[in-house]
Design a binder for this molecule. Structure first.
Ligand code: SAH
Ligand code: SF4
Ligand code: F3S
Length: 442
């Protein structure tokens, strides 16, 4: 197989994978490959995969099947690389199950991609090491961000071992990047045109640069102080690591946006214990109270799992109750998916799909109602919107409010990256219409 000239990266899963895909693209570009817009035109197709639920993990195989079936004018098959969490979890097994795959690279080893591509010319190449060296030290310097809003991974991995979750196995233990590196990368992104940064980690609020004694709250203060940075966000957080200092930062730092994704998973403390979540429904609600005391307008988002093994109707009703008690601006909910190798997979009391589906539908109806209520409550307010992309209608632009709502604005004169003042005029459950008031001073 000759060295590929062009590449296409397809991303599944969470924002950490979105970040990794950007870094892999930068690496491939630095290695002389050219990006193309779809997999049919690419000599190298990288599938950056997610293992979190069975359905997510299976998607990679249907994609490989599609690549195999696709008819290319040249007749030459692309080189196929499987990266990300399925690569880490399944390793060699992927090549056995899908012989079309040429290389498999885990999330901690992708800085070795150029060498693996060269090796793949002579046969399969699999690397799921969690090497001592950090990929961050070996990747090329950040390229210009593709938009006004950029992601920045500051922490990876997880030591929490929730009994349902594969992440501690696919991403390894919690590791924080040195604060100086993170602040340097943040500065490079802002210099390259980003005005919003989202700090990423599986448990980003567990961030700790032990060498310098810098915790997550201090990291936020340092990044927020970078000239030219207008907005700062972070995700995902664990309720256990919401310290008083971090909560106080929500009151102190104006660049930190009033939005927090804080998954609770269940409203039943009995189920939370079986999930090994290290918090109860009550302690979660107490954390929400402390956050709202610090930042009264904070919008909250969460993740929920329905149908965890042993979940009774009463447990599920506790989940509905906690949703009512919090009042989410947005939330994600999933049917429990049994994952090989996790403790929950071996527990008693697995529920029928029909029960899970019925509970999910009830929960999602409540969440939708809350999203609509939250969006409606903001109608009439003036907010700053960061324009991120063009809408479907001519002259329509779509951006994000401070509360991470999608706002559509008819304003043909605006450009992507503009931060503008908008009056919110109408609301649906997933987006709002806004009227342009003025272009904010840059
Ligand atoms: N680190 C983050 C989330 C990681 S995974 C956290 O702790 O909040 C994202 C979400 O996927 C989780 O919050 C959970 O709601 C869901 N999830 C994880 N494992 C799952 C499983 N086995 N079945 C269904 N949903 C799952
Ligand atoms: Fe998974 Fe729990 Fe870790 Fe989140 S905290 S990544 S849900 S083990
Ligand atoms: Fe999926 Fe891995 Fe993210 S399993 S959710 S891509 S950390």
């Amino acid at each position: 197989m000759t060295k590929p000239q062009t590449y296409f990266v397809k991303t599944f899963g969470c924002q950490m994978n979105v970040y990794d895909s950007e870094r892999m693209s930068e690496l491939l570009a630095a290695d002389g490959l050219r990006a193309v817009d779809n997999s049919d035109d690419a000599d190298l197709v990288v599938l950056n995969t997610c293992h979190i639920r069975e359905r997510a993990a299976e998607k990679v195989y249907s994609d490989i099947g599609r690549l195999k079936a696709s008819k290319r004018p040249s007749g030459v098959k692309p080189m196929v690389a499987v990266a990300g969490c399925v690569a880490q979890a399944e390793g060699e097994e992927i090549v056995r199950r899908a012989p079309m795959v040429d290389l498999v690279v885990g999330p901690q080893a992708y800085h070795r991609l150029p060498a693996m591509i060269a090796a793949a010319a002579n046969g399969k190449s699999v690397d799921t090491d969690m090497p001592i060296e950090s990929k961050f030290d070996l990747l090329p310097k950040r390229a210009r961000p593709t938009g006004a809003s950029a992601f920045l991974t500051v922490q990876e991995g997880c030591d929490k071992f929730c009994t349902f979750c594969v992440v501690p196995y696919t991403r390894g233990g919690e590791v924080s990047r040195p604060a100086a590196d993170v602040v340097g990368e943040a500065r490079a992104l802002v210099d390259g045109g980003a005005c919003e940064l989202t700090l990423l980690g599986q448990n980003v609020n567990a961030y700790a640069d032990d060498g310098l004694g810098i915790g997550f709250a201090q990291l936020i203060r340092e990044i927020a102080a970078i000239p030219g940075l207008a907005r700062l966000r972070y995700t995902t957080s664990h309720p256990r690591d919401m310290t008083d200092e971090l909560i106080a930062v929500h009151a102190e730092v104006p660049e930190l946006m009033p939005y927090l994704h804080l998954p609770v998973q269940s409203g039943s403390s009995r189920i939370l214990k079986r999930m090994n979540r290290a918090h109860t429904a009550e302690s979660y609600l107490a954390t929400i109270d402390r956050l709202r005391a610090a930042r009264p307008d904070i919008a909250l988002s969460g993740d929920f799992i329905v149908g965890f093994p042993g979940e009774t109707e009463a447990d599920f009703e506790d989940t509905l109750s906690i949703v009512r008690a919090v009042g989410y601006a947005q939330a994600y909910s999933f049917k429990y998916s049994s994952r090989p190798g996790t403790p929950a997979a071996g527990m008693d009391g697995h529920l029928d799909e029909a029960v899970k589906s019925e509970r999910l539908a009830r929960l999602q109806a409540l969440i939708l109602e809350q999203q609509l209520a939250f969006n409606r409550a903001t109608v009439g307010r003036r907010v700053e919107v960061l324009i991120e992309r063009h809408g479907r209608k001519p002259g329509q632009l779509i951006g994000k409010s401070p509360y991470l709502q999608s706002v559509h604005v008819m304003a043909p004169g605006l450009a992507i990256g503009d931060l503008v003042e908008v009056e919110l005029v109408s609301a649906g459950p997933n987006s709002l219409e806004g009227k342009l008031i003025q272009k904010a001073a840059a």
